[in-house]
Design a protein around this ligand. Structure first.
Ligand code: F6R
Length: 614
């Protein structure tokens, strides 16, 4: 979703801001803008619908000088994507410029009150309310900008990360956050702002992650000062950001998504490093050691997540029930947050999120906390809001995921859930030693098997060319591979815009079979496990209706090879680990189909990387 960049220092701000916006493009947006305080004391605002490149074109013949500025990519919520609604927005005096991520829930009430006081609005956005309110407070009460921001934010309900420039004070940026991330970068006589660290790391690795209700005053020649709404000083450590430039660049791949698909073997090694020890026959998750008493014997586990993370949760349910014999429910965070869940302090809630910023998942955590449940987070983005809101948890350590369609985060989440289930199962004595060792050894071997699988990339690319005509796809799987089918379908629809549905294979005959004809490709995950024969029957039923079958099978399966139109073989592994392998060809299939159709794989239409609104 929206991206924020800010700069104050000795360089020309504009190139830093534009580069920063490009680094944030992965978040998804539909317009972009920049505000600069120029040498001659002017506040210049340039904004346009479209991409950052469009903004560059638009600004190419304009004055872009100035050593302080703020810039934004907007993902439309209130008001259509156009240059009027794009940020920055300017106050009625023409003196303040603001950029904002998040949603102001009481914007309509505030807007009405301000309009009654004679203030005219130019845009349809909730953001403009903020800048008009702050300016109204400042002029009416004759206070400085920081005081006006503190007072104004007290009457604002909603989520925000904001940055404000004052035309009459070119040595200052004021920034604030609530439920929307904001990072301040500290360089040599210069400061940076970002909605995450990616626009900053090129210049400095020293950052301050702002907390909710923090207001940061960034002043030339001074240390960053952070206060709360009551002007109380908030102490903040300057931390070293654990991110490097190579991680957020494409490294020779045409798209981030392909890079991230191919990174998965290394990512899973990073995820397991220091945790899986095959020689010692042990898996260690520090959270389980530190919080044993909360985790060892819960009445029930509830997994809350959205999208791909929810699919990982479905696999987690099977792993935990299988190894730990604890009942597990998996809920969409968006539904859970508005339900009336019967939970208490005997329950453990596992929140899964790549970005760590998903608004629905955060709200589900808050609800579960209010009922006394113990919260365990499984996240990727270090220092994001969800790890800070949970009691404990485990990072998946797969590095920044830039492609909007989640790939390596999914396999990282499933890997952490496997380690969690193994560690808990062992502690509880619910998994026998032979099985424990077997799964652990196989888990450790997954990266190597993924390497093998990735070599089939060209074959999958060939298969994908046949299917670009399709308007609908069906994905089928059973047991551990049912969530894989759901995830495969989600990947395809997200980036190729082909309608795709995932189903448990046996459900086909209860409805979806009506859709099957020679124009409906069906992807079947049909590995050799206890349900194999039943899935083979499903393939026969599909072939009898003349659909093309793409089958994901175990190595050496000649039976299905004779029946299916295309076959992708997976190396053998334990059944519970098959999702880690089976998801790879489905990611590649979606990727190559989308590329063949000429779609924008890394930034699919209407989607955002981090969904910080409801
Ligand atoms: C799918 C995808 C989304 C996210 C969902 C949750 O490729 O990326 O479905 O999985 O928005 O996001 P996180 O995991 O960041 O909470």
């Amino acid at each position: 979703m929206c991206g924020i960049v800010g700069y104050l220092g000795k360089r020309n701000a504009y190139p830093v801001l534009i580069k920063g916006l490009k680094r944030l493009e992965y978040r998804g947006y539909d317009s972009a803008g920049v505000a600069l305080l120029t040498k001659d004391g002017d506040l210049r605002v340039y904004k346009t619908k479209g991409k950052v490149a469009d903004l560059e074109n638009f600004s190419s013949d304009k004055d872009t000088t100035g050593t302080v500025g703020i810039a934004h990519t907007r993902w439309a919520t209130h008001g259509e994507p156009n240059s009027t609604n794009a940020h920055p927005h300017i106050s009625f005096t023409g003196n303040l410029a603001i950029i904002h991520n998040g949603i102001i829930e009481n914007y309509a009430v505030l807007k009405k009150q301000l309009q009654e006081k004679g203030i005219e609005f130019k845009s349809n956005t909730d953001t403009e309310v903020l800048v008009q309110l702050i300016e109204y407070v400042r002029t009416k009460k004759n206070v400085d900008l920081l005081t006006a921001v503190r007072i104004a934010l007290r009457s604002v309900i909603g989520a925000y990360a904001i940055a404000i420039l004052d035309k009459n004070d070119p040595d200052q940026i004021i920034a604030a956050r609530k439920s929307s991330p904001l990072v301040v970068g500290i360089g040599e006589e210069e400061f940076f702002l970002g909605s995450d660290a990616s626009p900053i790391i090129e210049y400095t690795d020293k950052v301050i992650y702002l907390d909710d209700k923090d207001i940061a005053v960034i002043r030339r020649g001074k240390d960053v000062e952070v206060v709360d709404f009551n002007n109380e000083k908030m102490e903040h450590e300057v931390t070293k950001v654990d991110l490097n430039l190579a991680q957020i660049e494409k490294g020779g791949f045409p798209h981030f998504m392909l890079k991230e698909i191919f990174e998965q073997p290394d990512c899973l090694k990073d995820c397991m490093r220091g945790r899986v020890n095959v020689e010692a026959n042990n898996v260690t998750l520090s959270a389980i050691i530190d919080y044993r008493k909360h985790l060892i014997n819960p009445r029930r586990i509830i997994i809350v997540a959205c999208g791909t993370s929810w699919h990982a949760g479905l696999i987690g349910k099977q792993l935990i029930e299988d190894f730990c014999q604890i009942p597990v429910e998996v809920e969409y965070a968006s539904e859970f947050r508005y339900s009336k869940p019967v939970i208490n302090e005997q329950d453990v809630v596992i929140a899964i999120s790549q970005s760590g910023e998903t608004a629905d998942t955060l709200a589900a955590i808050e609800l579960a906390k209010s009922k006394g449940a113990f919260i365990y987070g499984i996240c990727n983005a270090i220092g994001s809001s969800i790890p800070r809101a949970t009691n404990t948890g485990s990072y998946i350590h797969v590095g920044p995921e830039i492609g909007v369609a989640s790939t390596k985060a999914f396999t990282g989440q499933v890997t952490v859930l496997t380690m969690l289930a193994l560690a808990l199962g062992k502690e509880r004595g619910t998994i026998d030693n032979v099985r424990y060792s077997k799964v652990l050894t196989e888990l450790n071997a997954i990266p190597e098997k993924m390497e093998e699988l990735l070599k089939q990339g060209d074959a999958i690319k060939d298969i994908s060319r046949i299917f670009t005509y399709a308007h609908n796809f069906l994905y089928l799987g059973r047991g551990y591979n049912y969530p894989v089918a759901l995830e495969g379908a989600l990947k395809l629809k997200e980036i190729s815009y082909i309608h795709a549905e995932g189903y448990p294979a046996a459900e086909m005959k209860h409805g979806p079979i009506a859709l099957i004809d020679d124009e409906m490709p069906v992807v079947v995950v049909a590995t050799r496990n206890v349900l194999y024969e039943k899935v083979v029957s499903n393939i026969q039923e599909i072939k009898a209706r003349k659909a093309r079958v793409i089958a994901i099978v175990s190595e050496g399966d000649e039976t299905i090879r004779k029946m299916a139109d295309s076959v992708i073989e997976l190396p053998h592994t334990e059944e519970c680990l098959e999702p880690l392998l089976a998801s790879i060809p489905l990611q590649m299939l979606a990727y190559y189909i989308a590329v063949a159709k000429g779609k924008d794989v890394d930034q699919p239409r209407n989607l955002a990387k981090s969904v910080t609104v409801e």
